[in-house]
Design a protein around this ligand. Structure first.
Ligand SMILES: [Fe+2]
Length: 270
């Protein structure tokens, strides 16, 4: 018993900087891990939020082509760059909610749950939008759904969550400064509600993206793991000079979860 899965995040696929080649190289490496499934932490493309429909179609087509070789199911958390026409020339004409993104990644729900062996996985959607603005928050509809789900979940069942924007991070501590407030575009605004809802459950890990750094914060035995980025520093090299282009290979066995970050050997193209 036991299974492997891959957490890849922030692919930011685009025609520039040979990003498609980079993503294809990452996918070859992921296939070698032989995961049962993949969790994609969001920001699939660069970008759909600030561009016209032709560009959005182009970058999602690139992802469709690159990811067609994965050969295993992919579960997606929505990224802020994945929502179509948040700003830019088609702002105000966008598809309602996140339907464009859902259609392009073949995902019928914006948040969802699935089980693998004795483990339960929960995919969250923390990207909230209003006109030309976005922020990270768990909305009322989703919190109610999560509360219902947790009531139906045995408190001993191991749980893993997936979110684009971190629920817990020390990013500002090592970038902006230790006393600089974290913005609601850097961390989920109401993560405290998440802690309160889940604290009596057997949450093992929360896989996070968005900041492109590799980081693990442990609180109340929950591992908040930020999984770097397939694109590193948006295809310009390692993020902050130290977090290379990569993804996480994870293994769940019994009650144990192990993970490691795997750089797949991409060198930034000029
Ligand atoms: Fe990103």
């Amino acid at each position: 018993m036991g299974f492997k899965f891959v957490h890849l995040t922030d692919t930011h696929i685009q025609p520039e900087l040979k990003a498609s080649e980079g993503v294809k190289k990452a996918i070859e490496a992921i296939r070698k891990s032989r995961p049962a499934f993949c969790l994609h932490g969001g920001d699939v493309v660069m970008d759909a939020a600030a561009v016209d429909r032709a560009r959005a179609e182009q970058v999602y087509d690139l992802w469709g082509e690159a990811s067609s070789n994965l050969g295993v199911p992919v579960h997606y958390a929505c990224g802020n760059h994945d929502v179509f026409a948040l700003t830019g020339p088609e702002q105000g004409k966008r598809d309602t909610d996140k339907q464009y993104w859902q259609r392009r990644v073949f995902q019928s729900e914006r948040f969802k749950t699935f089980d693998q062996e004795n483990w339960r996985f929960v995919v969250l959607d923390v990207v909230q939008t209003e006109r030309d603005r976005w922020w990270a928050e768990l909305d009322t509809e989703q919190l109610k759904w999560l509360d219902d789900l947790l009531r139906k979940t045995d408190k001993r069942q191991p749980l893993v969550f997936l979110t684009h924007v971190p629920l817990f991070t020390a990013i500002n501590q090592f970038t902006s400064g230790t006393t600089v407030a974290v913005k609601d575009t850097q961390i989920v605004k109401n993560a405290k509600t998440f802690f309160e809802l889940t604290e009596r459950h057997n949450v093992k890990a929360v896989f996070q993206g968005h900041t492109h750094v590799v980081e693990e914060v442990v609180y109340n035995d929950v591992h908040y793991i930020t999984g770097g980025a397939v694109c590193g520093d948006w295809w310009k090299g390692p993020r902050l000079g130290r977090h290379p282009e990569g993804f996480i290979e994870a293994e769940a066995k019994g009650e144990e979860l192990k993970w490691r970050y795997i750089p797949y050997g991409w060198k930034a193209q000029k």
